[in-house]
Design a protein around this ligand. Structure first.
Ligand code: CU
Length: 346
């Protein structure tokens, strides 16, 4: 078990403290490193004090103060929601080129993170294919570290993107091509499988991988939500939690959907260092299709738990216009960035 108590102080101090101070914090200033190992430094105590103050001051501070500009990162969580990369279909083969790059991103206002990315974004592009297609992924490693692309799905060992088998680790400046069939249909993911594995994933090398059934699914407003987190001080615990990388993004910019329209959410848990993540919707229920590999829902519920690497498809309609919250029902994650709103319009 993680030593929860000491981490809890520093992690909880981050955004609550920021809200109370009305300032844009830099994480390392707010949380001295020794505080993570059981120390009770004045700064850590101050952060806790701020948090306590914020908690009792009312309900106006439901997130960090300020915003992360999309232009700072080069990608926008609102656009990521509906951005499906179908690659190029050539001679019956669906092809992509994916480039690993090192890039600094801003995961909460003023909190910079030295990420490793696929195609410059975290999460990487949502790759989308149809069941039974042949897929060809050219992977170019433009990063300064060895990486791979490991796809979930059914394929030969040499195409599995793990060190020591097939092309194995792809060294900086080198490339390889993964080729396999799109099966089974469902919602999968891909991620780097170089070691140390948790770090390579946590740095940002993951993305959603959608394989549509041969006959497709019903028309819907489709949204991709990759639940992730960021260990900004390298203590193997996350200080920031989010959907599609930027903490509280959908609080600042609610997801606009239409009343009565079918909404389909592709929900992927890419979180490292925490065993579980969850998704909870307010004032509504959804059908849940674990891994999206069956066409009948398993559950009709308002909360779903996912372990590491787990994913599933949610389908719902909003019967009333208005603003509806969604968040991790792991309350600590919600307070550290993993919460947002749907804005339902007539
Ligand atoms: Cu890697």
């Amino acid at each position: 078990m993680r030593k929860f108590g000491t981490h809890r102080v520093s992690r909880r101090g981050l955004l609550g403290g920021a809200a109370a101070a009305g300032a844009v914090p830099v994480l390392h200033e707010l949380i001295p490193h020794q505080a993570l190992h059981g120390g009770t430094s004045p700064a850590a105590a101050a952060a806790v004090g701020h948090h306590a103050h914020a908690a009792h001051a009312g309900t106006d501070h439901l997130g960090a103060v300020g915003r992360v500009a999309a232009s700072a990162n080069g990608f926008d969580p609102t656009e990521i929601l509906r951005d499906f990369d179908r690659g190029t279909l050539r001679d019956g083969v669906r092809e992509w080129e994916i480039v690993a790059e090192d890039r600094e991103i801003e995961v909460a206002p003023g909190v910079k993170y030295a990420a490793w990315t696929y195609n410059g974004r975290v999460p990487g592009p949502t790759l989308r294919a149809r069941e039974g297609e042949r897929l060809r992924v050219r992977f170019v490693n433009g990063s300064s570290h060895p990486h791979t692309m490991h796809f979930h799905g059914i394929h030969r060992d040499v195409m599995d993107g793990v060190p020591g088998i097939g092309a194995g680790n792809i060294q900086p400046g080198r490339s390889t091509t993964y080729e396999f069939d799109a099966t089974p249909f469902g919602l999968h993911l891909y991620h780097c499988h170089s070691t140390p594995l948790a770090e390579h994933i946590a740095k940002g090398l993951y993305g959603a991988f959608v394989i549509d059934p041969a006959d497709g699914r019903h028309d819907a407003d489709e949204l991709v939500m990759v639940m992730n987190g960021f260990d900004t001080n390298f203590d193997r615990a996350n200080e920031v939690y989010a959907v599609n990388t930027v903490a509280f993004h959908y609080m600042n910019e609610p997801i606009r959907v239409k009343r009565g329209e079918l909404v389909r959410i592709y929900l992927v848990n890419a979180l490292e260092f925490d065993l579980l993540n969850s998704f909870h919707i307010h004032a509504n229920f959804f059908d849940y299709f674990p891994t999206g590999t069956r066409l009948e829902p398993r559950d009709f519920t308002d909360t779903v738990i996912q372990g590491q690497g787990e994913r599933g498809i949610l389908e719902l309609r909003f019967p009333y216009a208005g603003k509806y919250m969604f968040h991790a029902h792991v309350s600590e994650f919600a307070e550290l960035g993993w919460m947002g709103f749907f804005e339902v319009e007539d």
